[in-house]
Ligand binder design. Sequence first.
Ligand code: AP5
Length: 221
Amino acid sequence: MRLVLLGPPGVGKGTQGRRLAAEKGWALISTGEMLRDAASKGSPMGLEARRQMDAGLLVADDVMIGLVRERTSQPDACSGFVLDGFPRTVPQADALDAMLDERGMRLDAVLYLTAPEEELVTRLTGRLECPVCKRAYHRVNAPSRDGVHCDDHVSAALIERADDVEDTARKRLEVFRMQTSPLAEYYRRTGRLVEVPGVGSVDAVYGRMRQVLDARQPTIG
Ligand code: AP5
């Protein structure tokens, strides 16, 4: 299955996408993670991307489309993938359809996770991330066992993302409203969008997503 997780910053795309991909054996493709990785390696593209990310702005469409074209053609993505963070603009969505079409494939579903804005700010400003496996924790909602290290990488101290400070988090939410939320209508028009409330426990949200996907499975190749 080829799936897009659409939704504002902090709604749980990474948390849910990681679990779904692991359970189903699909590749998890997180464009935010790919950019942070490129930035940490200091490539010119990565450093330019970091400037945009730190300002809460989007990275250029052509850069993102090139990255996703390359990543989705890798062998681990053949049996299916979950896209977390892509597409984020209408040109990116058009490019995704075109690149899948070239390969005789199509996007099976777009799950649109939603939550109230103040809840999103609370989630973002309390998030901690494992630098090794990128698993997201939350200082209050989902702390690790000792609150400091990753449960799965006990020597890795959890870190805060630079773009999770409140001002930047709010800027990212505004950018989502202006540039990414129109994609909901884009996918609704073509019958691919399913809205899933992203509030409640992580397990409750995951259960809703599974219900939607299980119901669509018979129609999906
Ligand atoms: P990216 O890394 O994609 O960030 P994002 O979309 O802003 O999403 P987040 O990772 O912040 O949130 P999430 O929805 O994954 O939530 P999570 O599961 O972590 O992008 C970063 C930047 O890269 C962008 O700003 C842009 O600059 C650039 N970029 C990336 N892709 C791009 C593209 N396609 N085009 C252009 N630029 C691009 O959860 C958040 C927190 O909430 C965690 O602490 C978690 O524990 C907690 N939580 C999760 N679920 C629940 C729940 N049900 N209840 C309570 N807490 C919960």
